[in-house]
Design a protein around this ligand. Structure first.
Ligand code: F6R
Length: 242
């Protein structure tokens, strides 16, 4: 594991964006695995800025996102498709038809998950996968569990996630109960992995991810076994890493 310590969130975002930008420059037709959440927002802002300045070209890039809520359409402002359009895709010259997010509207979960794995395989696999880190060590929607889920699958959201999300919806009944997510195997198959982590509230879990035992109780701990992982984290997030 390569670990870059940055002063703060801004510097973390810039460093992560530089790593993605170098991938795009060196391999203009590569497949990027992308993440939502608050941590990568600054990274995407830098990529948009450098695109606007003429330094980046996304015209041959393919992207595959980690996850999507089951039951939400891409127009719903809580969907991960909407997030990606808003934070990156609408602002750069990526071909929208080459940007993939699991199909939240496919009610046949087995088909939705199988098709997503096929999309990734047809694209030739993921060259660089960007990840955020959950407070409990989750990556994608792979929550602490008894074993590591291999491929894209459907997960039941925990009651605490449903409660936390309900503020974004008009009625509690509208809050998605399930999501489709790449499995740990899907993520581990990426050729390179880039993890962005910020803030003291992630310090304890980040130390477990880096130094703790490899266990499905801390899903991101599996990254210790990947041959090409780069963690870009700010001082606060790294404050408990010895
Ligand atoms: C996002 C995702 C999640 C987040 C994680 C961290 O697509 O799959 O695993 O990366 O929950 O979220 P933030 O960055 O909001 O702390």
């Amino acid at each position: 594991m390569k670990i870059y310590k940055t002063k703060d969130y801004e510097e973390m975002s810039k460093k992560a964006a530089h790593i993605i930008a170098s991938q795009v420059i060196l391999h203009p037709d590569c497949v990027l695995g992308l993440a939502t959440g608050s941590t990568p927002v600054g990274t995407y802002k830098n990529l948009v800025k450098w695109y606007e300045e003429g330094d980046l070209d996304f015209s041959q890039i393919t992207s595959c996102n980690l996850d999507e809520y089951r039951g939400l359409s891409g127009d719903n402002d809580q969907s991960y498709r909407y997030f990606m359009n808003h934070n990156l895709f609408d602002s750069v010259n990526i071909r929208k038809e080459c940007t993939y997010v699991p199909d939240g509207l496919n009610e046949d979960s087995d088909a939705a998950c199988r098709e997503y794995e096929e999309i990734i395989a047809r694209a030739g696999g993921i060259d660089l996968q960007l990840l955020g880190l959950g407070h409990n060590g989750h990556i994608g929607f792979n929550e602490p569990a008894e074993d590591f889920p291999k491929t894209t699958h459907c997960v039941d959201l925990t009651e605490s996630t449903i409660q936390a999300n309900k503020r974004f919806f008009e009625n509690e009944a509208d809050v998605p109960r399930q999501a489709y997510t790449m499995g740990i195997g899907t993520i581990m198959n990426a050729k390179k992995i880039l993890v962005v982590v910020s803030g003291e509230d992630k310090a304890e879990i980040l130390n477990q991810v880096i130094n703790g035992p490899i266990t499905p109780k801390v899903p991101a701990s599996i990254l210790q076994l990947h041959p090409d992982v780069t963690i870009v984290a700010d001082e606060a997030a790294l404050s408990k890493v010895k």
